[in-house]
Design a protein around this ligand. Structure first.
Ligand code: ADP
Ligand code: MG
Length: 317
């Protein structure tokens, strides 16, 4: 609560945090290859993936599970993509970084969206364009956070620059870093931790898919509980059950108000005790005043603390 009440920097993950993480395939651009076959292979490779991109590719090729191909040696490479053996062919599905890593020449695409390239046995076969939508309350959350005194808002994403800057501009975020690997995200957060204002804290909001290490590293890790992975929930300090970024605002409000109550109680209890202590030292106070200073003050402090319950009732409805 204390750390959350002093938040000065909020770092967001993009996919699944500010955007819905519900990708839809908007176009398929095969390169000297059959379009259906391209989707077929991509869907198979993503068979076991929990990444939102994997889900989109599976949905784009219905009946994937019953197609009877043999999928082995699945390897998901965080921030890059996924590779598997489908009926004897090595199929790689991922971003341009993955294609570079395996030495496959890829075609650039001018469509707006996340581009997922596909290579079969080291040969480029084309790419799929998928698109995600902003969550309804993302823009409102950013605005409210500014009003609450958060002076620096950053977005970190593994997605392409074009998509990332588009999202950051729409939401009015201060800074945006794109095409990051999970390790880069940790590096940027460490850099931000080192340069933040003293006494202010840094919160990271993510869904835990490829960002669980950052959730752990930030002063406060806030995870999306619905879409997020178990690793995220484990690594986080705060879990948002509804996956709405605007809940971050509520969490900070509750913390700030709770901290005010805590301070009121400390000041109130210590001052009454001190006054009665001094009065009794010089022989002015009686026993009943001492009883009040001890038990009475405690009861009043507890009653004051009960207001925190009301706070959570108005915010968590
Ligand atoms: P974000 O930081 O926006 O949450 P991620 O770090 O989860 O994004 O992923 C970064 C990029 O890595 C994706 O945009 C995609 O290009 C690629 N990628 C990751 N996982 C997969 C996957 N299972 N299939 C295809 N591509 C993937
Ligand atoms: Mg993510």
């Amino acid at each position: 609560m204390d750390t959350l009440a002093r938040v000065g920097t909020v770092v967001f993950d993009k996919t699944g945090t500010l955007t819905r993480g519900e990708f839809e395939v908007t176009s398929v651009h095969p390169d000297d290859f059959d379009e259906t076959e391209l989707l077929h292979l991509a869907a198979h490779v993503e068979h076991f993936s929990t990444h939102p991109i994997g889900e989109a590719l599976r949905t784009a090729f219905p009946n994937e599970a019953t197609h009877g191909c043999k999928i082995t040696d699945v390897e998901e490479i965080a921030g890059h993509g996924i590779r598997a053996n489908v009926s004897g062919c090595t199929v790689c599905v991922g971003n341009s970084k993955m294609m570079d890593a395996i030495g496959v020449k890829w075609n650039n695409c001018h469509s707006i969206g996340t581009i997922i390239h596909v290579a079969v046995d080291g040969k480029y076969v084309g790419h799929v364009v998928i698109n995600d939508r902003l969550k309804d309350d993302s823009a409102q959350a950013v605005k409210s956070l500014k009003r609450l005194g958060v002076d620096h808002m950053v977005m970190l994403t593994g997605d392409r620059k074009e998509v990332a800057f588009d999202v950051a501009k729409k939401l009015g975020l201060d800074t945006c870093y794109a095409e990051l690997m999970p390790a880069d995200k940790v590096r940027y957060v460490e850099q931000l931790l080192a340069t933040k204002t003293e006494n202010k804290t840094l919160a990271f909001v993510g869904d835990g898919i490829n960002d669980a290490p950052v959730l752990k590293r930030a002063d406060i890790g806030i995870a999306m509980g619905g879409l997020g992975s178990d690793a995220a929930i484990e690594a986080a300090d705060v879990v948002l059950m509804t996956d709405e970024p605007s809940r971050v605002v509520d969490a900070i409000k509750i913390s700030k108000k709770t901290m005010t109550i805590v301070k009121q109680n400390i000041i109130f209890a210590i001052s009454i005790k001190l006054i009665v202590l001094i009065l009794s030292a010089i022989g002015i106070s009686n026993m009943w005043q001492a009883v009040f200073a001890d038990v009475g003050v405690s009861i009043l402090a507890i009653l004051n603390a009960l207001r925190a319950l009301y706070l959570s009732l108005i915010h968590i409805s």
